[in-house]
Design a protein around this ligand. Structure first.
Ligand code: GDP
Ligand code: IMO
Ligand code: MG
Length: 432
């Protein structure tokens, strides 16, 4: 039995979906533990693309059970839509392959409305959220007035709960933001129907997880977003509203820290960010354009162009520290082919002072000037390589330099979006 936590080491979209899909045949359970449908995880199998927002990325492997843990915020309409689409495509024949925690909090229509109203009101200071109601849903959870998945099945109490919350939400929407009110009776009618449809999936997921571990199964935890979008460790306030780091697995799935064996950090071979906030190695000119074009860097959830720049070893070292990475995956290495000279940030200059550590405050991160080292790129297409030794010398030197700078072995290398476009240097689930 091995448990492996796979998390993003940057600002999300590192290719977690692709890696989780690749790892899934080696696991029996794949578990989401935080975030919601702000995530967009892309899987490409035999040329066919699947973008998942809530359902874990093990779903295309018929041997896995896919768990949505209590730490996730669930928009029931989005989840049911995704399940219906997977059923239609024949990828989900047995509903027991998807288990949804009854304790997961719901994203309801006022959450999405508030997310949009706030972003519009913030104008220049907007976070650039995905507009999916994630922040407002987590706020209600922490304020202890949230409505949870299991509440949809307790029809007798549901109407009163919805009216109670709606009164407060509508006050903020209408009186503060001059936004349209949400009709609680409409939400109630919808909720009854959604509850009816979700019922076959609702589960006490902590028990399911515990039984899997007791039976010696491999369990894969799928992070969403990334370390620098984490509410505590990210570039606050330009972050999401959940903990994205590996430690969040314990609370968000219901597993003790003693049960975690391995932590896989997932990074691109360069850096991207979507939404507002500081990005020290960002390239706003032609180079950024080139990375965006070659890497097809457009958001899987919102379609927004992603901001692009060089790999940042200062960030990756920080991510290795706060997550406890045991191994790294480097994705999209193919994108760097033919780029001429490659750069990696190894330190920053902050207010004239050299530092090798990721700064603590927003203003320091905003003023950080990266100190770069340069590497020659390789010219050839590497997407048909399947063994590490087949990679050009320059590509291997780049990988080995990242290992040295971060202090964590690079065990997986992705050289294309397809499931099989993956190089593995070890057995990812080997015992710790
Ligand atoms: P996630 O949110 O971390 O799962 O990542 P996204 O799916 O949002 O974004 C990653 C994008 O890169 C998707 O379009 C993937 O299909 C694509 N991708 C993943 N790995 C590779 C790779 O190694 N090479 C290339 N060219 N594309 C990749
Ligand atoms: P995956 O799982 C990239 C970003 C948004 C915004 C900030 C807050 O696909 O890597 P939110 O809607 O969460 O309140 O937005 O976080 N963001 C992501 N960026 N990938 C994601 O998920 C993201 N989820 C949220 O763009 O800057
Ligand atoms: Mg994504």
């Amino acid at each position: 039995m091995t448990t492996l936590v796979a998390v993003g080491a940057q600002w999300g979209d590192e290719g977690k979906g692709k890696i989780v899909d690749w790892l899934a045949p080696q696991a029996q359970l794949v578990v989401r533990f935080h975030g919601g449908n702000n995530a967009g995880h892309t899987l490409v199998v035999e040329g066919e693309q699947t973008i998942l927002h809530v359902v874990p990325a093990g779903i295309l492997d018929p041997g896995t059970v896919n768990v949505i843990g209590p730490g996730v915020v669930v928009d029931p309409t989005v989840l049911l839509g995704e399940l219906a689409e997977l059923e239609r495509r024949g990828a989900l024949r047995d509903p027991s392959r998807v288990r949804v925690s009854g304790r997961a909090h719901l994203i309801l229509p006022w959450h999405t409305a508030l997310d949009k109203a706030r972003e519009e009101a913030a104008r220049k200071r907007a976070i650039g959220t995905t507009g999916r109601g994630i922040g407002p849903a987590y706020e209600d959870k922490v304020a202890r007035r949230g409505i949870r998945v299991a509440d949809l099945l307790r029809v007798e109490d549901l109407r009163e709960a919805i009216h109670r919350v709606a009164e407060q939400k509508n006050f903020e929407l209408v009186e503060f933001y001059r936004w349209e009110a949400v009709d609680p009776e409409h939400v109630y009618a919808q909720a009854l129907e959604l509850g009816r449809q979700l019922e076959p999936y609702v589960d006490h997921t902590e028990r399911t997880l515990e039984s899997a571990l007791r039976e010696g199964k491999n369990v894969l935890f799928e992070g969403a977003q990334g370390t620098f979008l984490d509410i505590d460790h990210g570039t606050y306030p330009y972050v999401t509203s959940s903990n994205c780091v590996a430690g969040a697995v314990c609370a968000g799935a219901g597993i003790g820290p003693t049960r975690i064996d391995r932590v896989l950090g997932i990074t691109k071979a360069y850096t991207t960010r979507v939404g507002g906030g500081p990005f020290p190695t960002e390239e706003t000119g032609a180079l950024g354009e080139k990375l965006r074009a070659v890497g097809a860097e457009f958001g899987a959830t919102t379609g927004r162009p992603r901001r692009c720049g060089w790999l940042d070893a200062v960030m990756l070292r920080e991510a290795a520290t706060v997550n406890g990475f045991t191994q790294l995956a480097i994705n999209k290495l193919d994108v760097l082919a033919g780029m001429g000279e490659l750069r990696i940030a190894t330190a920053y200059r902050v207010n004239g002072k050299l530092t090798h550590e990721f700064p603590m405050t927003l203003s320091e991160i905003e003023s950080a000037e990266p100190v770069y080292e340069t590497h020659e790129a390789w010219a050839e297409d590497i997407s048909s390589c399947r063994r590490y030794e087949e990679l050009p010398d320059a590509a291997r030197r780049y990988i080995e330099r990242v290992e040295a700078l971060v202090g964590v072995p690079v065990e997986l290398i992705s050289i294309g979006p397809g499931r099989d476009e993956t190089i593995s240097r070890t057995e990812p689930f080997r015992p710790a």
